[in-house]
Design a protein around this ligand. Structure first.
Ligand SMILES: Nc1ncnc2c1ncn2[C@@H]1O[C@H](COP(=O)(O)OP(=O)(O)OP(=O)(O)O)[C@@H](O)[C@H]1O
Ligand SMILES: [Mg+2]
Length: 154
């Protein structure tokens, strides 16, 4: 059953901690789509998720803005993708996202509005917003497969 809920954080640390809570519920295969303006906190949340999955140290999760894809871990394999600089379908193709979705993995995508992809993988959409010019962030979560049921209640 699809699930929608919201979560607010008051600092980057709280967003990282929430990422770790999400990670505890994630099993591959899983596609996590991250939406939000520049500086909304997508990479910060990805840090929490990837570290929470045990795939990397916090300081090793950095923005894949220029390299487009970072690969972490082994079980599960984690891909951290940033589509910010992608400006054409050919460029999107060159990343080979289809190939990433052939073996079970956790795939995180920043600027996911640029994605044009069909998959039967479970998808979690997370929209990050800064309602004011401070450190508060609102996270709106749409979990089509309902894997985050435990979190939504807390
Ligand atoms: N509650 C919060 N959650 C997340 N980040 C926060 C929060 N409060 C302040 N910040 C700061 O906001 C910035 C978020 O940057 P981050 O790189 O995560 O954003 P982003 O959405 O990935 O941006 P980009 O579109 O450039 O990739 C960081 O400097 C972080 O420390
Ligand atoms: Mg980012």
């Amino acid at each position: 059953m699809p699930l929608e809920f919201e979560h607010e954080t008051r600092s980057a640390e709280e967003t990282i901690a929430f990422g770790a809570e999400l990670a505890a519920q994630l099993r591959p295969p899983m596609l996590v789509l991250l939406f939000g303006e520049l500086g909304a906190g997508k990479t910060t949340l990805a840090k929490g998720i990837i570290h929470g999955l045990g795939a990397a140290r916090l300081e090793d999760v950095t923005s894949p803005t220029f390299t487009l894809v970072h690969v972490f871990g082994h079980q599960p394999r984690v891909y951290h993708v940033d589509l910010y600089r992608v400006s054409s379908p050919a460029e999107l193709d060159s990343i080979g996202l289809d190939d990433l979705l052939t073996e079970p993995a956790v795939v995180l995508v920043e600027w996911a509005e640029k994605l044009t992809l069909r998959t039967d993988w479970p998808v979690i959409e997370i929209r990050l917003e800064a309602p004011a010019a401070d450190d508060r962030r609102r996270l709106r979560i749409r979990d089509r497969a309902g894997v985050l049921r435990g979190l939504a209640r807390s």
